[in-house]
Design a protein around this ligand. Sequence first.
Ligand code: HEM
Length: 495
Amino acid sequence: MFIEIALFCVVIALLFGYWNVNQIYAIWLKCNIPFDKGQFPYGNMKDVGEKMHIFELTNNLYKRMKKQAPVAGFHVLTNAAVVVTDLDVVKRILVSDSNLFMDRGIYRNEEDPLSGNLFNLDGPKYKEMHNKLMPLFSTEKIKLMFQSMEEFADRLSSYFFDFIEGRPTDLNLQDILARYSSDVMGTTFLGSECNSLRDETTELRRISKKYLGKGRERGLKYFFRNTFQETAKRIKMTETPKEVSDFFVRLVKSSIDNRDTTKPKKNNLIELLMSENTNEKSGSLTLHETSAHAYIFYVAGFETLTNTLAFCLYEISKTREIQEILRRQILQVFKHKADQASYDSINEIPYLDQVINETLRKHPPAPVLFRTATSDYQLPNTNMVIPMGTQIMIPVYAIHHDETIYTKPEAYNPDRFNKDNMKDGHACSFMPFSCGPRACIGSKFAMMHLKITLVNLLRKFRFSIGSKTPFPLKFDKKAAVLSADDIWLTVENLK
Ligand code: HEM
């Protein structure tokens, strides 16, 4: 009799579980939102990180559902999610109604000191930190960093000179640019003098290579933590392995302890933060807070800049005419070899902005933006409701490749961004750095870095596609930011 009762209970529990799971995946019927039905346990994420990148999932939904509704439903594991398919709704979420969508819904754990960084924070703590950190990214402060960044670009050119020894040589750009960007970001934001361009064995490079950016398991853990935050807390999941957090906290502490307080040298974040911290208005940050923000600046900048530079050099190598137009404009500003670049002079080359913008359009490093609905949200002029807690995805890649917005979107054409063509676009049709109050805090720094590097390289070298570069490029399905597997370019000295 006992066995029958036990079996009966198991069957009831299974039926209840089945009914419950079906209810979860049928939520979009109640909200009148068209959807792709998910399946337990992955929802619609089964192939993400293996057969497809998350941007491909959102791109497919965007293309299929755009004509039907302003949002399309799906599931991240068991969490309801929507892809926004209408630019006006994108603008509402990111800008006009952004107070209802400020959070990214990212799991944080007190035991992981780096998880309390600006990207992950939400609520009043986010606002407080944003107000403290924003002044560090003003044009005035960015200008202070110009000289040291120019020196890094010179080091990159010297590296190319030494490597190619006067003859056209194939180089794996991705790797070299990763080491270069790591040095720039490490020195600027961690206050630690780095030289992984020449020495691949540095600790910062080892940690970055081992832990940052890639991995399906890492991606799934990220979505698991965000979906099941209570469980993640109970089992003490952390975002960064202990080795990583210990390393970054140690690095930042040593930068603070060893900074030279006798000289007014403020060209790195730690020096700037320390001087802001002595200012009563800004209040001081703890070691863990400083480490968490310095860490996120390093991580957010390192891969986005590496990949933007790699894609840009790849595109202008594929279309040599564009490279020559750009070089001509650069050489008009820097007529003599000895002419020094300055913040103002690199901003006098309109075609440089066009080339960078077109690269960021075609290959947006952050191809999807994330938000969480903090209350139920009725979509204007519809009977559709996005329920509270829904994960919102803004499909930047899909928007940048929408042929109703950009004619022949797969073509690389910097003229899309000349003065005349820029006039009448929708505010959210081009958003590599996003829009609204949670847009990229480092965008001015990023543009300066990209310009300094491209000007420095194109004054000295000519680039063409190397024979080992696959055509078309293969995207890395496991990477957090948009990146290609292999970009080999042939580099030669300019006569
Ligand atoms: C080409 C380079 C870069 C691109 C394309 C880029 C793009 C983005 C995007 C799309 C976001 C998300 C905005 C949103 O969710 O609405 C973001 C956020 C962020 N980025 Fe960047 N980024 C770049 C470089 C940098 C650099 C160099 C830094 C640091 C110095 C940086 C620091 C951050 C931080 C801290 C956030 C979070 C901002 C917040 O939540 O308030 N990024 N970035």
